[in-house]
Design a protein around this ligand. Structure first.
Ligand code: ZN
Length: 452
């Protein structure tokens, strides 16, 4: 047991000491846009008419109630460690209540933050010119503070307006990072956290709002058995729940003639799938063996804390530096018109069929297994290509210091051999991202006209 307790202490430090790990890919919208831009079923899907969420909820109230009940049964049977939803949170049809009450009941039945904006918005995506008068502040789209390094811009949509399906799908693929999963835990400083009965925040600091979303955006399904034995909270991650909920809602919306919400829910569900293609969201410590974790912790217990503290800082730095690099690359390549290896990788549909058919277990058995397995390669590539300060210096904190906005130039200064591994890793991971996004869209049925 002593050994198990040591692992527990280490895992706890790792997960609690790295609160900056709540976001994955820094701009899902652009990546999703390029993924589907030339996918005929999305790019040539009929334009959709914008409507407020309340219209869909009012119109399909009983069907939504039935769907959410079925989803609850599914979750109880299929999501390991699932804390059942209290029965009093079930969504019940009630035509007499007002829109605000219905929307709150809907959020509570899903156990998402009831103040989620669900604003009518688009992101600034190529080819969709918007009037600058419709610019929308971050706070109208998200309940979180705007990140210091944010390149996203939003525009308001009006009910009744007609917009391309691709614009809706891509814009909403960032939405779960806008406050959907905030403060849903018993120890969260929120009115709803206590009622949701998800238990205490499994890892991270409950006082940091963005840290509370992590267990819905990460999936630790492939650690060694020793880790789960020692630290059972590692198994309490729920991205499969969120994907299932929003895929079901997307199908319902498409089926009932609410295509705007069909694409929108599909984009929301897709976010969870995409997050899990990031190896740092599918592994506690990519590239580090359980044995090394134990060794670092053991020497920490006899007074040599260096290796363990370093491991925590370095994991967080590598995670953040890699995401910053990816964000800078996709903005650069988008501005240059999209002819770039990473965008070609996103659009390479030849690999879609190499994966098993979509199923309830796809996220666990396919997506996270693949990204967990890629962790070691990614970690080695980061060490080879990035300036050592960002990935090998435990006295440097990438998150706290604001990191670097010049990573592309800094990596370009390395030798071609040093760069090759990270260039290959980005292309490989964008391939995963694109293929799983398309496979999910096919599973939703979004890539078929809704009446077929
Ligand atoms: Zn996320």
């Amino acid at each position: 047991m002593t050994r198990l307790r040591r692992v527990l202490a280490l895992v706890a430090t790792l997960l609690i000491g790295a609160p900056a790990t709540a976001h994955a890919w820094s701009n899902h919208g652009l990546l999703t846009y390029w993924t589907f831009k030339d996918t005929a079923e999305v790019a040539s899907a009929p334009d959709v008419q914008v409507e407020p969420l309340d219209t869909f909820l009012r119109d399909q109230e009983q069907a939504i109630a039935n769907l959410l009940d079925a989803q609850e049964l599914w979750a109880r049977m299929n999501v390991p460690t699932y804390p059942p939803r209290p029965d009093d949170l079930a969504f019940k049809a009630d035509a007499s209540r007002d829109d605000a009450a219905r929307r709150k009941a809907f959020a509570e039945a899903l156990r998402i933050a009831p103040n989620t904006r669900f604003a009518l918005f688009t992101q600034n995506l190529p080819g969709f010119a918007r009037n600058s008068a419709t610019t929308m502040p971050f706070a109208e789209v998200s309940t979180l503070r705007e990140p210091a390094f944010s390149m996203m811009r939003f525009f308001r949509l009006e009910p009744g307006e007609t917009v391309p399906a691709l614009l809706v799908l891509a814009s909403s693929s960032d939405e779960p990072d806008f406050g959907v999963d905030i403060n849903c835990w018993e120890d969260s400083p929120s009115e709803w956290g206590k009622r949701y009965k998800f238990g205490k925040l499994p890892f991270g600091n409950p006082a940091l709002d963005f840290a509370t979303q992590a267990p819905f955006h990460m999936g630790f399904y492939h650690q060694s058995w020793l880790i789960y034995r020692a630290a059972p909270f590692v198994a309490r991650t729920y991205p499969t729940l969120r994907a299932h909920q929003f895929i079901g809602l997307a199908r319902l919306a498409f089926r009932t003639g609410h295509a705007y919400w069909g694409w929108r829910f599909a984009g929301i569900a897709m976010h969870y799938v995409q997050d899990l293609t990031q190896p740092y969201h599918a592994s506690i410590l990519p590239g580090v063996s359980t044995l090394r974790m134990i060794a670092a912790n053991t020497v920490a217990m006899i007074g040599w804390k260096g290796p363990k503290d370093s491991m925590v800082v370095l994991a967080s730095n590598r995670h953040l530096a890699f995401e910053r690099y990816e964000a800078l690359l996709i903005y650069r390549d988008t501005a240059a018109g999209g002819k770039a290896p990473m965008i070609a990788a996103l659009q390479d549909s030849s690999r879609d069929k190499t994966y098993p058919a979509w199923s309830d277990l796809y996220l666990r058995d396919v997506v996270t297994q693949e990204s967990f397995d890629f962790g070691e390669t990614l970690s080695a590539a980061l060490l080879s290509a990035f300036p050592p300060k960002y990935v090998s210096d435990p006295s440097y904190d990438f998150g706290a210091s604001g990191g670097s906005g010049a990573l592309i130039a800094e990596v370009a200064e390395r030798t071609p051999q040093q760069r090759a591994a990270i260039e290959g890793a980005v292309v490989e991971l964008m391939g995963h991202f694109g293929a799983h996004s398309r496979n999910m869209a096919r599973a939703v049925g979004a890539t078929r006209p809704p009446n077929q």
